[in-house]
Design a protein around this ligand. Structure first.
Ligand code: F6P
Length: 353
C-alpha cells in the first residue's frame, strides 16, 4: 500500500507523535510505503510531498509542531491561491498520480470537512482528531488538550503568587473560541476563583461582586477566561478577520475588555495575561504522547483493514472509530449539565452568573 499523511489546520502538541505512530505501524506491520504531504492540503494542491521512512520519524515523539508543516487556509474546494476557485480536480489527479491507496488526515473540524468532501469524490480517507480546544464531535479527548491545560494551569499557579503579593485581580485569557474546555479544566486545576466560558455568558456585576468579596478577605482574585467568553447580551471579542481563511474570525482580547470594565468597579488593580499560542507550542505531555500514539496506531489499523472514511475517536478509555460524515464540520461544546460545572460551583468557583 501507498499511504499519504498530512496535518491540517492549526498546529497542536502531539502531531509528530501521531505521524510517527502512523508511519511506524504502517511500515512495520503492514509493509506500506508512507508519503508525507507538506503544509496540509496545500501540499496536495502545490504538489509538495516527500517519502517518510522509519528514519524520518525517529526522535520526534517529544517535539512540538509538525515535521510536515501545516496550513489553515489551504482548501482544494476554494483555493486562496486561485482566487477561491475549486481546484479539487487537480488534487484528485495528483492523488492518482502519486498512487495513494489511502490518505490519513490529522486535523480539526475544518480539515475533517475538507477530508469528507475528498472522500465523497473517491479518495479513501482516515481521519485523526486534532485540536487543543477539545471540541471535536464524537471524541472525549483530542490530543494537545492535556498539554494546553498543563500550560494554562502552570500560568495560573504563577499568576496566583504575584496576584497574592500585590493584592490584585489577575485575569488569564486562554484559547477556546466556541468551547470552554481549556478554561474549565485549567481553571479548576489552577484554583481559579472565577471561570468564564463561551457556553455560559457572564454577568459583569456578578464577576465584580466576587472580586470585591475576595478583596475584603483574601485580597486577590484569579480569573480564567476563555477567549470566546462573552457577557450576557453581548458578543465575543474579535481580534481580527482573515479574509481568505475558511474560518475568518480570530478572537482575542476579552481579558483586556474585562479588565477595563472591572477596574472602575473595584478598589484594587487588575492585570491581564493573554497566553495565546504559547498554549499550542512545545512538547506534548506524556498523556498526549500516549493518546496521539494510540490514535496514530488505530488510524494505521483502519488503513490496513481498508476501513475508510472513518475517524478515530476516544470514548472513555477505548479508541474507536466513527464515520467521517459524523465529525466533519461539527463541534462539541461544554454542555450546561456537565459534571465539572457542578464541581466548580459546589467548590466555590464562580462561573460569572
Ligand atoms: O482551534 C485552535 C485554536 O488554537 C483556537 O483555540 C484559536 O482561537 C485559534 O486556533 C487560533 O488560530 P490561529 O493560529 O490561526 O491564530
Amino acid at each position: 500500500m501507498r499511504v499519504g499523511i498530512l496535518t491540517g489546520g492549526g498546529d497542536c502538541p502531539g502531531l509528530n507523535a501521531v505521524i510517527r505512530a502512523v508511519a511506524k505501524s504502517l511500515i512495520k506491520s503492514a509493509g506500506a510505503e508512507v508519503i508525507g504531504i507538506e503544509q496540509g492540503f496545500l501540499g496536495l494542491i502545490e504538489r509538495r510531498v516527500r517519502p517518510l521512512d522509519l528514519r524520518s520519524v525517529a526522535g520526534i515523539m517529544a517535539t512540538g509542531g509538525t515535521i510536515l508543516g501545516t496550513h489553515n487556509k489551504a482548501n482544494p474546494f476554494g483555493y486562496f491561491g486561485a482566487g477561491g476557485a475549486d481546484v479539487s480536480e487537480r488534487v484528485l489527479a495528483y492523488v492518482r498520480e502519486l498512487g495513494l491507496d489511502a490518505l490519513v488526515v490529522i486535523g480539526g473540524d475544518g480539515s475533517m470537512a475538507i477530508a469528507h468532501q475528498l472522500a465523497e469524490r473517491g479518495i479513501p480517507v482516515v481521519g485523526c482528531p486534532k485540536t487543543i480546544d477539545n471540541d471535536l464531535a464524537h471524541t472525549d479527548r483530542s490530543f494537545g488538550f492535556d498539554t494546553a491545560v498543563a500550560i494554562v494551569t502552570e500560568a495560573l499557579d504563577r499568576l496566583q503568587t504575584t496576584g497574592q503579593s500585590h493584592g490584585r485581580v489577575m485575569i488569564l485569557e486562554t484559547m477556546g473560541r466556541w468551547a470552554g474546555w481549556i478554561a474549565l479544566h485549567a481553571g479548576l486545576a489552577g484554583s481559579a476563583d472565577i471561570i468564564l466560558i463561551p457556553e455560559l455568558p457572564y454577568r459583569l456585576d456578578e464577576v465584580a461582586r466576587v472580586c470585591r468579596e475576595r478583596e475584603a478577605r483574601q485580597r486577590y482574585t484569579l480569573i480564567c477566561v476563555a477567549e470566546g467568553a462573552k457577557p450576557e447580551g453581548g458578543g465575543v471579542t474579535v481580534k481580527e478577520r482573515i479574509a481568505d481563511s475558511p474560518e475568518p474570525v480570530r478572537l482575542g482580547g476579552v481579558g483586556n475588555v474585562l479588565r477595563a470594565q472591572l477596574e472602575p468597579m473595584l478598589g484594587c488593580e487588575v492585570r491581564t495575561t493573554i497566553l495565546g499560542h504559547v498554549q499550542r507550542g512545545g512538547p506534548p505531555t506524556p498523556f498526549d504522547r500516549v493518546l496521539a500514539t494510540q490514535y496514530g496506531h488505530a488510524a494505521a489499523q483502519l488503513v490496513a483493514a481498508r476501513e475508510f472514511n472513518r475517524v478515530v475517536v476516544l470514548k472513555g478509555d477505548h479508541i474507536e472509530s466513527v464515520p467521517l460524515a459524523d465529525v466533519a464540520g461539527r463541534s462539541r461544546n461544554v454542555p450546561a449539565d456537565h459534571p465539572l460545572l457542578r464541581t466548580a460551583s459546589d467548590t466555590g468557583i464562580s462561573l460569572g452568573r
